[in-house]
Design a protein around this ligand. Structure first.
Ligand code: RUB
Length: 308
């Protein structure tokens, strides 16, 4: 296994690289580097290496369809290429990787342009965990000259909310940090909730950091609009065939390092927010209803269904 793939996998597992978008970017870059430095002599061996990299990367975090779609996109391009020479196949990998990364960047900017319109002057926005898509959108609203406040949850057990809080402060946005269990206390006070996503299912349900579904529940009860900002490629094509998105379960040590022996600790990393709690998904196609997701993917990214 190439060092770049092993390295990225380890860093993803340890959460040094985290958030669905960053995980996908790191995976695709690692595959690209590994293919550039491949010693394979024939296409078959080259594809075998790619497939091994894929398996290792996919196992790093289970709930990351954007990473899976990204890596499959690259491998699919090699498989369907007529080229046989390794140097040509390396060029294919580099080209499609850059194309994928460029589109990802364009989607992020489009989401920011659309979503920032929902942030009004003088408003308060609550977010959970750290989503680079959400923080980029909020920075855009700030750059447009709006004055608003952000409330971030800590996001136990590993406090990704602190990353959000620091980024928002750095952007000059008035920011308040709260414990996760204080969401109900503050949700009446905010105008909007926006979170990111790790996965979107064919039914339009969204999987994001553990606690997101409780935030959505509280928002619904308080009649506070709840939005998800995410690229459409977080869609998991397996869900259309009836598979459930696997929820990664992490080490109990993240919750309590020296816990008393015999204590059961559960540490799921994500949970499912049902579509009826979601006002809209802010994506590169605009703000869509969660119900529209499968149709939109069929129209915009039909290859997603072919490369499972
Ligand atoms: C991060 C998380 C983020 C999504 C979206 O969880 O749940 O909301 O990944 O992030 P973790 P982005 O810290 O466990 O990876 O918008 O950056 O893709």
């Amino acid at each position: 296994m190439h060092e770049s793939v092993l390295n990225a996998t380890e860093r993803i597992k340890r959460l040094e690289i985290r958030g669905a978008r960053n995980v996908a970017i790191a995976a695709i870059k690692a595959v690209e580097k590994a293919s550039r430095e491949s010693k394979a002599k024939r296409k078959e061996a080259f594809l075998k290496e790619l497939s091994e990299s894929k398996s290792v990367l996919f196992a790093s975090r289970e709930t990351e369809p954007l990473m899976r779609n990204a890596v499959r996109y690259v491998i699919n391009a090699v498989e369907s290429s007529d080229e046989e020479a390794i140097s040509e196949l390396v060029t294919v990998v580099s080209q499609v990787s850059s194309q994928f990364l460029e589109r990802l960047e364009m989607s992020k900017e489009k989401i920011a342009a659309v979503g920032s319109k929902r942030v009004s002057n003088g408003s308060k926005v609550l977010t959970h965990c750290h989503s680079s898509t959400v923080t980029n959108m909020l920075r855009k609203a700030k750059d447009e000259g709006k004055s608003f406040e952000v409330v971030c949850t800590e996001s136990r057990p590993v406090f990704q909310g602190r990353i959000t809080a620091k980024e928002m402060l750095d952007a000059g946005i008035e920011t308040t940090l709260i414990v996760d269990s204080a969401v109900r206390y503050f949700v009446n006070d905010v105008d909007l909730v926006v979170v990111g996503a790790d996965a979107i299912t064919s039914e339009g349900n969204v999987i994001n950091k553990i606690g997101t579904s409780m935030v959505a529940l509280a928002a619904k009860e308080a009649r506070t609009p709840f939005y998800v900002a995410a690229e459409l490629l977080k869609f998991d094509p397996l869900t259309i065939h009836g598979d459930y998105e696997t929820i990664e379960e992490r080490s109990p040590q993240e919750i309590w390092e020296d816990a008393p022996s015999g204590l059961n600790i559960r540490n799921p990393a994500f949970d499912v927010t049902r579509r009826e709690f979601i006002h809209g998904i802010i994506c590169e196609e605009g703000i869509i209803s969660p119900h529209a997701i499968s149709e939109l993917i069929h129209r915009k990214y039909p290859w997603v269904f072919d490369v499972i």
